[in-house]
Design a protein around this ligand. Structure first.
Ligand code: ADP
Ligand code: ADP
Length: 229
């Protein structure tokens, strides 16, 4: 489950300015696709189309052969987990933030998801800027820790399709390694589309697509792209 296809997709935020042109992608269920390319190439736009923040201008996107334009938005979005580059946390505990969107999640499930994302030491903590009624002060989480909250939320949601928008921000190499391991774990057994900024992800991806000015400029495995230069 979770075979994603983009078939000759075109898109423009404004009709007179086309952002994506003739984009065809085939991501078999359970495999990973890394999308790389310069800023402004249209990488994030691909993710927004899959989640149906916007509809394609031409062509279509299918999941398991079904046109996503014909699928109920709620069931489409239930099938997709997004780990954004910048996670905005609600003014409540980390545990609440992880459980958000999964009504009725039990404490044990939340803890397991938190553990999977290596954020289990923080479940009861409050994000910075929040002060509880008993006067507890919030805890400042780093960008990497916030990303782990988003990963935990996704693990709890357990969708067949995962979109990762990796942070470009300079993480120290130890944090980067830890997050990479967490992301790899989350991607296990899921169709994963990675807007890639890290070399490590590109090496591990089943397919790499280089997007340039809204078009697929190159595609292949890491080895194939290296051989082409
Ligand atoms: P990145 O380089 O990390 O992919 P971008 O700089 O492309 O991020 O975009 C950052 C945010 O700004 C995105 O959420 C996008 O929706 C918004 N954005 C980018 N370009 C425009 C634009 N021309 N008009 C409105 N919003 C934009
Ligand atoms: P990338 O993720 O590769 O950096 P984006 O998909 O964010 O690229 O953006 C692709 C192009 O679309 C850019 O020219 C950007 O300015 C434009 N863009 C992005 N978001 C919006 C938006 N909400 N409205 C109008 N233009 C946008």
């Amino acid at each position: 489950k979770g075979h994603v296809r983009f078939e000759d997709v075109a898109f423009g935020y404004e009709p007179e300015r086309i952002i994506l042109k003739g984009v065809t992608l085939d991501v078999p269920a359970g495999s990973s696709l890394a999308v790389v390319g310069p800023s402004g190439a249209g990488k994030s736009t691909l993710a927004r189309l899959l989640y149906r923040f916007y509809d394609t201008t031409a062509g279509r996107i299918t999941i398991d052969g079904q046109d996503i334009a014909k699928v109920q938005q709620s069931s489409l979005r239930a099938a997709i987990g997004i780990v954004p580059q910048d996670t905005v946390l609600f003014n409540d505990t980390i545990g609440y933030n992880i459980a958000y969107g999964r009504e009725g999640a039990g404490q044990a499930e939340v803890e397991e998801a938190a553990k999977g994302a290596a954020i289990d030491g923080f479940i009861a903590a409050l994000p910075q800027g929040y002060e509880s009624t008993v006067g507890e002060r919030g805890l400042k989480l780093s960008g990497g820790e916030k990303q782990r909250v988003a990963i935990a939320r996704t693990l709890l949601k357990d969708p067949p399709i995962l979109i990762l928008d990796e942070a470009t921000s300079a993480l120290d190499s130890r944090t980067e390694e830890a997050i990479q391991a967490t992301l790899d774990g989350a991607a296990q057994g899921r169709t994963t589309i990675i807007i890639a900024h890290r070399l490590s992800t590109i090496v591990g991806a089943d397919q790499i697509v280089v997007l340039d000015a809204g078009k697929v400029a190159e595609r292949g495995t890491h080895g194939e792209l290296l051989a082409k230069g």
